[in-house]
Design a protein around this ligand. Structure first.
Ligand SMILES: Nc1ncnc2c1ncn2[C@@H]1O[C@H](COP(=O)(O)OP(=O)(O)OP(=O)(O)O)[C@@H](O)[C@H]1O
Length: 655
């Protein structure tokens, strides 16, 4: 059972006990709040309740809690943030003795009482009615400060004539959006390359690196991603996009393997959230590109920014419409603030105009080039460096998966439902009612699961690691919940039963319980092998040593002795959260039931965009419409801080 299991906090009293018994707080939240209270000599129940609720909301992905709306925003079920948490268990201890609405919520003076507490200014920070844990408040402030400082400091180290020629050479005329985005990345100290799947982000990034290296051949460039899997995909994508480059540019780009962010920053055996590279020991790099940035938590972003020299160019690549990080924060989403998209300060606009070919006859006239040394106009902010690519280049434009993904992303539920029901390009909605999922409805799912698994085992038996990993990625069963009828455990059991019967895996099990062709999910971060929580492995027969673990992707498998493999569990299905950073030939998503807080637009969008080909949704139409209608709300103060100094929290950080 996880440490957060919502068991009863036996020694809790008063409001904390009631909130725990109503399923609003896990025992762990109660313990943390009680301990903070004891250390600070704080006994006010309302303050302790606020502390426990803030702990709870950070555990579920938010960075800040607004006490003014806490009553409405605190539900008895868990958000998808904590992979290790069991949302089913968090839905309330079995013996719940109170209902949430029966809780004696503190009155209007709640925030004032928290602000007056000895906890405020220390473990808690208060701004108006909003409360942060001190650690996250400081990290938010750091991220906002570092991003703002870098954005304001436009680099002046490129020859614009050379840049203009490179941009003309590297991008076709039908790739104006990519060319403009590349110019923005090249001319900014911090930039964001945002876009949905297959919109050409990696293609653009590899050209950005090529054109920077043209002018500065000695510059050191690092490509990184939050998971090993995403790093392997990035390595392959950059390699394949390099193939289209002119020879000289391809050589400039070189062979640039991507790494995980943890490895880049340097693991430290004594700490999960501190790294060898930090403010005192910065990374000696001129350019850092981070792919799948939506998965980067607030804490990790803070560590990254601290470890980069002020002069390093940082390019954040990702899809802001996907689920946010498992841990607290939604940094990419906060930076790509749709309300402020497309604004460029006059200074950056002028630099871009000087580097890009003039707009078409109907376009706006180019901005005048800036006079040397004149920093005219408003300061350049991090939002200036955001480029959004919107043309899907991988999916056939207008293809069914693309249409489904856009309808979900833009909140057009009826259209999403119609596309899914159309059956085009292998889309399907398997309509099942709530908990009852008759197996007869699942014939197609079983065929996909079994088909991929039979091929996987055959490849593993002949020692074909690439083939086994490729077979594993042909189809993926995804769930949002971990427990319950629509949960991971149940669907894992079902898929395991299908495959065991079809492949005879049970007969082939060795004394240690493993068998050839066994698919595994890594469940911990492991510095020794570089494997990250969420990476996958398959066991293949290498002839000499017997079973070895193949990790990475089909295009670049890596073999590890079985004994080196960190903690794993059988992989027959995974949560949507874990699937981020991966692509599969086909996806089957088991939709949460109506009323589940995990039923969000981001869950559905992330699952749909994992598919290269077919998408099948198991669930009812009502749940699909509910998901599209409900963007996940992750509270943070970062978006507001990035909008500028006025109104930024922290002017009076409580206490
Ligand atoms: N301007 C372009 N013209 C033609 N094809 C392109 C262009 N840009 C990208 N592509 C192709 O589209 C596909 C997707 O491109 P790319 O991998 O760069 O997208 P991405 O946004 O990084 O995708 P992902 O979501 O997988 O990270 C690739 O096959 C690439 O070769």
């Amino acid at each position: 059972m996880s440490e957060h299991a919502a068991d009863l906090a036996l020694r809790a009293t008063g409001l904390l006990r009631d909130a725990n018994r109503a399923g609003l707080l896990a025992a762990a939240d109660v313990h943390v709040a009680s301990r903070l209270g004891a250390l600070a000599g704080e006994e006010d129940e309302a303050v302790l309740l606020a502390a426990a609720l803030v702990v709870r909301s950070t555990r579920q992905g938010s960075v800040v809690l607004d006490l003014a709306t806490a009553r409405e925003t605190t539900s008895t079920d868990a958000e998808p943030g904590d992979e290790e948490q069991d949302p089913g268990a968090a839905a309330g201890p079995g013996g719940a003795v109170a209902r949430p609405e029966e809780l004696a919520w503190p009155g209007e003076d709640w925030a004032r009482r928290v602000a007056a507490s000895p906890l405020a200014g220390g473990p808690l920070r208060v701004d108006g009615s909003r409360v942060w844990l001190g650690r996250y408040f400081d990290q938010e402030a750091l991220v906002a400060r570092e991003l703002a400082a870098r954005a304001a400091d436009l680099p002046d180290d490129l020859d614009l004539d050379v840049l203009r020629a490179a941009l003309a050479r590297l991008f076709d005329d039908d790739a104006d959006d990519q060319r403009a985005a590349a110019a923005c990345c090249a001319l900014s100290r911090v930039s964001v390359l945002a876009g949905g799947p297959g919109t050409g982000k990696t293609t653009t990034v590899s050209r950005v690196v090529a054109l920077l290296k043209e002018q500065h051949p000695a510059w050191r460039v690092a490509l990184a991603a939050p998971t090993g899997r995403a790093a392997a995909r990035l390595t392959e994508a950059v390699r394949s996009s390099a193939a289209d480059l002119p020879d000289a540019d391809r050589e400039r780009l070189g062979d640039l393997p991507a790494t995980t962010l943890h490895r880049l920053l340097g693991w430290r055996p004594d700490s999960r959230s501190r790294f060898r590279h930090d403010r005192e020991n910065r990374l000696a790099l001129e350019v850092v590109v981070v792919d799948e940035s939506s998965m980067v938590s607030l804490t990790l972003m803070a560590r990254l920014l601290e470890a980069l020299r002020p002069s390093t160019r940082l390019v954040l690549v990702g899809d802001p419409d996907q689920l946010a990080s498992v841990e607290a924060g939604a940094v990419l989403g906060d930076v790509v603030d749709r309300e402020h998209l497309g604004t460029r300060s006059p200074r950056l606009a002028a630099a871009l105009a000087a580097a890009l070919p003039p707009a078409g006859r109907d376009g706006p006239p180019p901005a005048p080039a800036p006079a040397a040394g004149v920093g005219a106009g408003a300061p350049v902010t991090v939002r200036d460096g955001v480029s959004l690519l919107t043309t899907a280049r991988r999916f056939r434009r207008g293809g069914a998966v693309d249409r489904l993904a856009s309808a979900v992303r833009d909140g057009r539920g009826e259209e999403a439902l119609a596309v899914l029901r159309s059956g085009d390009d292998g889309l399907a909605l398997l309509e099942v009612q709530q908990d009852a999922v008759p197996e007869a409805v699942l014939d197609g799912v079983r065929d996909d699961v079994v088909g991929a698994s039979v091929d996987l085992v055959a490849a593993a038996r002949r020692g074909d690691a690439a083939g086994a990993l490729a077979a594993l990625d042909r189809h993926r069963l995804l769930t949002a919940h971990r427990t319950g009828p629509r949960g991971l455990r149940r669907w894992t059991d079902l898929a395991e039963r299908w495959t065991t019967t079809a492949t005879g895996a049970a007969l082939a099990r060795r004394p240690d319980g493993h068998h050839v062709g066994e698919p595994l999910l890594v469940t911990t971060n492991d510095p020794a092998t570089g494997l990250m929580n969420g990476d996958v492995a398959v066991l293949v027969d290498d002839g000499e040593q017997g079973l070895v673990a193949a990790v990475g992707t089909g295009a670049s498998p890596r073999l590890l002795a079985l004994a080196r493999l960190p903690a794993t569990r059988p992989l027959h299905a995974m949560t949507v959260h874990r699937s981020q950073g991966s692509q599969f030939g086909a996806v089957t998503l088991v939709l949460p039931p109506v009323g589940s807080p995990l039923l969000t637009r981001e869950t559905l969008y992330t699952a749909v965009t994992r598919a290269e080909g077919r998408v099948r949704v198991v669930g009812d139409a009502e749940a699909l419409l509910a998901a599209v209608a409900r963007p996940a709300a992750r509270a943070s103060g970062l978006r507001e801080r990035l909008r500028g100094p006025a109104g930024a929290p922290g002017q009076r950080p409580g206490g």
